[in-house]
Design a protein around this ligand. Structure first.
Ligand SMILES: [Zn+2]
Ligand SMILES: [Zn+2]
Length: 299
């Protein structure tokens, strides 16, 4: 399985348009913080057909950044489908930009699918002809093939939240936020993709323990990161993100996993973005990698 990180930042990206924090300033100045687009990862069994895990608002530039996603005919795209982990805008808004009459398969839980499509007048741009966007429902724990490729996907409920724009409009459900396990049925190798998780759960622990490659929520280093920087009022956990640092952070948990581990969905305030910072050194010392745009992996 080929894996390419198209975007590695949390919502807003690095730098974020309205942020002048230390990291965003460094990124603009070309200093020790690398610029990053919002989280999305492409996977393929053969390099011909690709599936996007989340579709960021920057999808057009992300496609252009990776020649394997370029058309091979006057009207063509190697992108066969998209998979959504939740309905946050940084994970699904790009779907509306893939509207130029290319048939796609969308994989999402019923809750994420309806949260995006129902009552959304802009969604009609993806319903202009039959077969433009075909949804396949992800049911927790049930594996299904990705198109006609040798890859298969299973959704694993992960502790999380409703997207902000749906809060108060509908009750929360365990299917609002999932991780994805993509298995190569030829080799049996597994990618576990948990870019947003408020904490551990038995299903999550099992999925990442069994995986050869794990992408994990790297949004915040500390619980009060936004509060301490004067940039927000909510703690990481309230935003459904398990902080990396501290005695109850994800770092000790990730350190114990057997597979290759990569932090992704990194917020622009996170000190691990700074080369040489103590927080980044702690992550590296634990053998954990920090995703960057253009990172390529293979399992
Ligand atoms: Zn996000
Ligand atoms: Zn910032």
């Amino acid at each position: 399985m080929q894996v390419r990180v198209l975007g590695s930042a949390a919502g807003g990206g690095v730098p974020q348009w309205n942020c002048g924090c230390e990291n965003c300033r460094e990124a603009r100045a070309g200093g020790s913080v690398r610029a990053r687009t919002q989280e999305s990862v492409a996977v393929s069994a053969d390099g011909a057909a690709w599936f996007l895990l989340n579709v960021s608002p920057e999808v057009r530039a992300q496609i252009e950044s990776f020649p394997s996603l370029w058309p091979r005919a006057p009207r063509h795209s190697p992108i066969a489908g998209v998979l959504l982990t939740n309905g946050d805008l940084d994970h699904c808004l790009g779907l509306l930009s893939l509207r130029e009459s290319h048939p796609l398969i969308g994989y999402a839980t019923e809750s994420v699918h309806t949260g995006f499509a129902s009552g959304n007048v802009l969604y009609r741009t993806l319903e202009r002809f039959a077969g433009q966007l075909t949804w396949r429902a992800l049911a927790a724990g049930q594996e299904q093939p990705l198109g006609d490729t040798p890859l298969a996907v299973t959704a694993i409920p992960a502790p999380g939240n409703l997207p902000l724009h749906l809060k108060g409009l509908r009750p929360a459900s365990p299917a609002d936020n999932v991780g994805l396990v993509v298995r190569d049925t030829r080799s049996g190798r597994r990618l576990a993709y948990f870019s947003g998780a408020a904490g551990p759960s038995p299903e999550l622990v099992r999925a990442v323990t069994d995986a050869d490659l794990v992408f994990f929520d790297g949004t915040f280093w500390s619980s009060d990161e936004l509060i301490a920087a004067g940039l927000g009022t909510r703690r990481a956990e309230e935003m459904a993100h398990w902080p990396i640092g501290g005695p109850d952070g994800s770092l000790p948990f990730l350190s114990r996993l057997p597979g290759r581990r990569v932090l992704i969905h990194i917020n622009n305030t996170n000190p691990i973005l700074r080369e040489g910072s103590p927080e980044r050194r702690a992550v590296e010392a634990a053998g954990i990698e920090i995703a960057f745009d253009g990172m390529e992996l293979s399992i």
